[in-house]
Structures are given as structure tokens and as C-alpha cells.
Design a protein around this ligand. Structure first.
Ligand code: ZN
Length: 111
């Protein structure tokens, strides 16, 4: 992989990182404890609200995982090991990295 390609991945990773951090900020609102006025809303809408909160928490958990993976990929770029399979050390297919630059294993080692 040449420097321009690595730089392209770095930019894509940084963009994704900024986007996820922005979403995290916005989402803090929706993961606050459910406090509803029982006199105004019925039991069903309270359950809806709690279900929505569960989903928001799940989304937040995945977002955090994704951010950790992005940080890992950025660190590998700094170290010069980006694009190498974590398991066998062989270069990971470029198309595979284009789909997800946080991939750490080649196709052979995932299967
Ligand atoms: Zn491998």
C-alpha cells in the first residue's frame, strides 16, 4: 500500500470518528433515564419510551465499539502496521479495507 492510499484511509477514519463523536453527543440526551408524567401518558407509551431507551443504549454501545476500532486503526497507521493482518502478518486485501478500514484480519484468517 502506498502513502496516498494510507492517507486516504486515515482521512476516512478521521471523518468517521468525528461523525461518531458528534452522534454520541446528540445521543446523550436520549439515553437519560425515562421520566414520564404518569398522569399524561399511558402505560403503553411508557413501555415504548423504555424500549426506545434500550435501543438507544444498544446503539451507543455499538458506536463506542466502533470508536475503539477506529482508534486502533489510526494507531496502526502511526505505527506503520496498518493493512497487515493481525494474525498472519500478510497484507489485507485493499477492497476489504475499503469496505471497513478497521479490519484487522485478512479473509483467510477470519474464516
Ligand atoms: Zn491473515
Amino acid at each position: 500500500m502506498d502513502e496516498a492510499e494510507i492517507e486516504g484511509f486515515r482521512e476516512a477514519l478521521l471523518r468517521l470518528q468525528a461523525e461518531l463523536r458528534g452522534l454520541e453527543k446528540v445521543a446523550l440526551e436520549s439515553t437519560k433515564p425515562v421520566e414520564l408524567d404518569q398522569s399524561r401518558v399511558g402505560r403503553l407509551s411508557r413501555m415504548d419510551a423504555m424500549q426506545g431507551q434500550q435501543m438507544a443504549l444498544e446503539v451507543a454501545r455499538r458506536r463506542k465499539q466502533q470508536l475503539v476500532k477506529i482508534e486502533g486503526a489510526l494507531r496502526r497507521i502511526e505505527l506503520g502496521t496498518f493493512g497487515d493482518c493481525y494474525v498472519c502478518g500478510e497484507p489485507i486485501d485493499l477492497r476489504r479495507l475499503s469496505i471497513d478500514p478497521t479490519n484487522t484480519r485478512c479473509v483467510g484468517c477470519v474464516e
